[in-house]
Write a protein that binds this ligand. Structure first.
Ligand code: FAD
Length: 345
């Protein structure tokens, strides 16, 4: 096991509110580490509506989800947070010295004095194909995480799914030095949720014999000598058929898993963490909850409300981290100290 990273502050979740939390902690002179289950920052803005417009961010009459994420990254950049992406926080434990021991499924350990849970609707993790015995091949022949060509170079690849990622993965896997030996798209019916251009490209590739599409619902496995050989399918005509493969990449979308957050022993109400509105502290000393994950009288799940919560949580944390210092309100316009922290002077 790796030695724990010691830090004053750890933020769980790199959604818009987690990113702004980094900024507010930075203004207070607190460096932080950030963990997110996704391989990129931005939470719902990046994952669910990157290209769609937002109209209710104060001072920004219009921007897309991705624009907002980029602006937040730019804003927090002076504070150089350390990002740990593609890792889910699984355990939180109070140490005898009151610090919190945090563990991720990537095997990373942290010891932190304050914790900010900005976990939104939960960790975004890939939806898995539900089929008896399939999980035994996860990581060797079956993959649900973001597609990577080294998994199938020279092998017979089956991609399950009907969205942009599934179709794009098929198209990419047909070419280049890491091309698959063959590419088959599997979906239960001949209808796709992917963008029309991608669907058209996929159909053309099938017509040219460069890949094929198979309609069917997986119902079983054929395993020989410890290797997954084929999937048993029920086709739309109601007949059983076999689909042989070396590698199965599932692209079935992401689903938010509240999972671990609910097991940390914090006070909850209808799947949200209960906080006070003075500093957005939870029922546990030193643990704050901001953004969509929290609840309090009048709570509204809006980004701008999350920004306010993150601001007061940073002040709340400072009172714990520097109990002897007075927490003065300073303006970014005029404060030399804040200008120093922002790297302007
Ligand atoms: P999220 O954006 O949900 O981010 C949470 C992050 O935490 C995720 O990346 C997740 O992977 C990570 N995470 C969770 N648990 C763990 C864990 N255990 N380990 C590691 N990582 C973890 N709001 C507005 O104000 N204006 C709008 O116009 C607007 N439009 C919207 C349109 C759509 C289609 C949707 C779905 C939402 C919209 N919202 C809008 C709501 C807004 O997106 C949310 O309020 C906002 O994303 C909440 O931010 P957050 O940082 O709290 O959480």
């Amino acid at each position: 096991t790796q030695a724990p990273i010691k830090t004053e502050a750890l933020v769980i979740g790199a959604g818009p509110v987690g990113l702004f939390q980094v900024f507010q902690l930075g203004l207070q002179g607190v460096h932080c580490h950030v963990v997110d289950a996704l391989p990129h920052v931005g939470g719902q803005c990046a994952e669910l509506y990157a290209g769609k417009p937002i109209y209710d961010i104060p001072g920004i009459p219009f921007c897309t989800g991705q624009d907002l994420v980029e602006r937040l990254q730019q804003q927090m950049a002076p504070f150089k947070p350390t990002l740990h992406l593609g890792q889910q926080v699984t355990h939180i434990e109070r140490q005898a010295d009151q610090r919190l021991a945090i563990t991720t499924d990537g095997g990373q350990h942290f010891l932190t004095s304050t914790l900010f849970i900005a976990a939104g609707v939960g960790a975004f993790v890939p939806r898995r194909m539900v089929l008896d015995g399939l999980s035994a091949f996860e990581g060797t022949q079956v993959f649900a995480e973001h597609p990577a060509p080294e998994r199938w170079a020279g092998h017979h690849l089956v991609v399950a799914g009907d969205g942009d990622t599934a179709l794009q993965t098929c198209l990419d896997a047909m070419t280049g030095p890491q091309a698959a030996a063959s590419v088959t798209l599997l979906h239960r019916r001949d209808q796709f949720s992917a963008a029309p251009e991608l669907t058209e490209q996929m159909r053309q590739a099938c017509a040219q014999g460069r890949m094929r599409f198979v309609a069917g619902q997986p119902t079983g496995l054929k395993v020989e000598q410890g290797r997954l050989q084929a999937l048993e399918l029920l086709n739309p005509q109601g007949e059983a058929q076999w689909l042989s493969l070396d590698v199965l990449q599932t692209c079935l979308g992401l689903s938010p898993k509240l999972g671990p957050v609910a097991q940390w022993g914090l006070a909850m109400e209808r799947k949200q963490l209960v906080v006070n509105t003075e500093n957005f502290g939870t029922s546990e000393h030193g643990i704050f909850a901001v953004g969509d994950i929290n609840t309090y009288p009048g709570k509204k799940k809006l980004i701008l409300c999350g920004f306010h919560e993150a601001t007061l949580a940073a002040f709340g944390a400072l009172a714990l981290l520097r109990p002897t210092e007075k927490t003065l309100l300073q303006y970014t316009t005029t404060s030399t100290l804040l200008h120093q922290r922002l790297g302007l002077v």
